[in-house]
Design a protein around this ligand. Structure first.
Ligand code: AMP
Ligand code: MG
Length: 330
């Protein structure tokens, strides 16, 4: 049988990506454009306009890097949920156009689940708990009873957005996560901050307000605040991830999302895993951040499990949650 080759398209938020991945999991290309702003967060309509401007080039680049033409592609997949409606529609429209013009099968996938599955592919983790720590999303996800269940999540903003807003407040620019990390390396002084874990969930806005007030008081250095921000926010994430591992009995922790690029978060997770005899799996950075390779791989998994989708059914679902998807490929 001819090997499947999938063109995957990602466009849930700031990133427009296209990638070519083979049925046996080889990533032939993984191209991306990331929308950024000088001030403030993502303006969905502006990001979508940028995505429209670059989508043709990014898709062509992905095919060229993979040394494939559209004729070689056997399947088109795209992120169908969740995300910003404006942005999702650009990737959805590109995928539907290609599928219609070239008579290719199309598969819409869930972005959060794709983070987990590309992590399993890249690290060989078998049945992990995923700590998905990104800009807009913060969830603890694991497989149980035919679905990927959410064992804990943020009740307000994602951890990345929290880091970005605080960094912007201190005048550090966007994205703030890496800038806070650099500052944190210059301090070891821990300032006590509000720590909010509610059951299995976390919240960040109270911590954010407190940090903004501390910064505005002029009594604390940026370095000490950056260090203490990471220690506090990441401890909250590690606590709920550990509780999910204890509850499910799973022995593997997998990281996903842009914030998971943070070396201190990785170190804290590694310590927790070691203490409980579990193993930590960290995919490479270009698969931690939003990327299209994971969308292509997820499309292959679903297609191989027998899933088929008509173009009329391939509408975007901005609010569909991780646990709303039936997992037919495990
Ligand atoms: P994503 O939405 O998954 O693409 O992730 C974007 C988020 O990751 C932004 O909020 C960034 O500030 C954050 N981020 C990227 N690199 C790091 C890092 N090294 N430490 C902390 N946050 C990071
Ligand atoms: Mg993501």
């Amino acid at each position: 049988m001819k090997q499947l080759i999938c063109l995957g398209i990602e466009s849930t938020a700031h990133t427009f990506g296209a990638a070519v991945v083979t049925g046996d999991g080889k990533i032939l290309s993984n191209e991306r454009y990331a929308y950024t702003t000088e001030k403030g967060g993502i303006v969905p309509a502006d990001a979508a306009e940028k995505h429209s401007q670059v989508c043709g080039k990014i898709i062509s680049d992905a095919l060229a890097k993979a040394k494939k033409s559209i004729k070689d592609i056997s399947l088109v997949s795209f992120s169908q949920s969740p995300g910003l409606g404006h942005c999702l529609r650009i990737g959805g429209m590109a995928a539907r156009s290609i599928a219609a013009i070239y008579s290719k099968p199309i598969i819409g996938v869930n972005h959060c689940i794709a983070h987990l599955e590309i992590g399993r592919l890249a690290t060989k983790a078998k049945d992990p708990v995923l700590l998905y720590a990104s800009g807009a999303n913060t969830q603890i996800i694991a497989y149980e009873g035919g679905k990927y269940r959410i064992f804990g999540e943020t009740l307000d903003i994602g951890v990345g957005n929290f880091l970005d807003i605080f960094a912007r407040h201190m005048g550090l620019g966007f994205p703030g996560g890496p800038k806070l990390y650099e500052l944190s390396l210059k301090s070891k002084k821990f300032i006590h901050l509000p720590y909010t874990v509610k059951g299995m969930d976390v919240t960040f806005t109270g911590l954010l307000t407190n940090l903004q007030q501390k910064f505005d008081s002029g009594k604390f250095s940026k370095e000490d605040l950056a260090f203490s921000t990471q220690e506090t926010a990441f401890a909250m994430l590690v606590e709920v991830a550990e509780r999910a591992m204890a509850h499910t009995g799973k022995k593997e922790l997998l990281l996903g999302g842009g914030v998971a690029c943070n070396k201190r978060l990785q170190e804290m997770c590694r310590i927790m895993c070691k203490e409980r005899g579990a193993e930590l799996f960290v995919p490479p950075n270009d698969l931690l951040i939003d990327n299209a390779a994971m969308i292509a791989w997820q499309g292959i998994l679903q297609f191989n499990s027998g899933e088929r989708m008509k173009i009329e059914e391939a509408g975007v679902k901005p609010y569909l949650r991780t646990d709303g998807i039936n997992v037919g490929w495990r």
